[in-house]
Design a protein around this ligand. Structure first.
Ligand code: ZN
Length: 273
């Protein structure tokens, strides 16, 4: 299995906040859970957590465990020389993608759009987050859809409540964790089917909630979108277990679909073979 969404180091810098995970702790967890490779996502934007995880540190972790850790890069969209930094880090042979976006700019902000264009040019899929004050988009994800059209060569990987609550047509926009059965016709389901460059990772409480809140709906959702879904956990604190591994192993689905979601799709879009 390939976990396409994990983190390292300082998510928090105050007592009582998340202590973060060291590379050896991540690899130990992978061994215990039967995970072959983990994508590690740096976080260089000041929003969302009080800590940072620099791209440099993630690349160093990848160099230490080149068979296990797949480094992504992240540069805050407002950073001076943002595109030059992306070009610089993208030259590293282990780097496979960009993210995660955790800034509070709108999805179609020009500062973000220049990154979408650059990552499309460099072949780096991008992971984005959206929730609460980091709202990113509106109900129905119109700003995301504009960018899917404008940047057809750029791969967007949906994650977080803003994205996953759009699985249901009755998304109330509050970015919570709704438990009600899914109403057919949600924007996330439609965008996965209509756009070749739209993917989604099942990580975190939001992804897990979306794929478990209505098991009957999930069967059809997998049938329609199995080539676009990525196994992922958002592992970011020691001892965390949110059920994604069990879901991936135990949920009834065709073995072809399970292999694609657990590993095959990630291998293809991250060019891991
Ligand atoms: Zn994350």
């Amino acid at each position: 299995m390939i976990d396409t969404h994990t983190h390292l180091y300082y998510q928090g810098r105050l007592p009582g906040e998340l202590p973060g995970i060291r590379p050896e702790g991540l690899v130990d967890r992978m061994d215990r859970w039967g995970i072959d490779k983990c994508v590690v996502l740096p976080m260089e934007s000041p929003e969302y957590t009080s800590g940072y995880c620099l791209t440099d540190w993630v690349i160093q972790a990848g160099e230490r465990y080149p068979e296990r850790i797949v480094p992504f890069i992240h540069i805050d969209p407002r950073k001076p020389r943002c595109l030059g930094l992306i070009e610089h880090f993208a030259k590293h042979p282990l780097v496979r993608g960009f993210g995660e976006f955790v800034d509070s700019l709108w999805f179609d902000d020009p500062l973000r759009k220049r990154i979408y264009a650059k990552c499309g040019e460099l072949g780096l899929p991008m992971v984005f987050f959206g929730a609460g004050s980091n709202s990113v988009d509106e109900v129905g994800l119109p700003r995301l859809e504009t960018c899917l059209k404008e940047f057809p060569d750029s791969i967007f990987i949906g994650h977080g409540p803003r994205w996953w609550n759009a699985i249901s047509a009755d998304d109330d926009g509050r970015c919570g964790y709704p438990k009600a059965p899914v109403v057919e016709g949600g924007a996330a389901d439609r965008l996965l089917q209509e756009y070749d460059n739209m993917y989604a990772d099942i990580s975190s409480g939001s992804g897990y909630n979306a794929i478990t809140r209505d098991p009957e709906f999930t069967q059809g959702f997998i049938e329609r979108n199995w080539r676009k879904l990525l196994f992922a956990t958002d592992y970011l604190k020691p001892g965390q277990d949110m059920g994604h591994v069990e879901w991936m192993r135990d949920t009834p689905m065709k073995e072809e679909h399970r292999a694609a979601i657990a590993e095959g799709n990630a291998r293809r879009i991250l060019k891991l073979d």
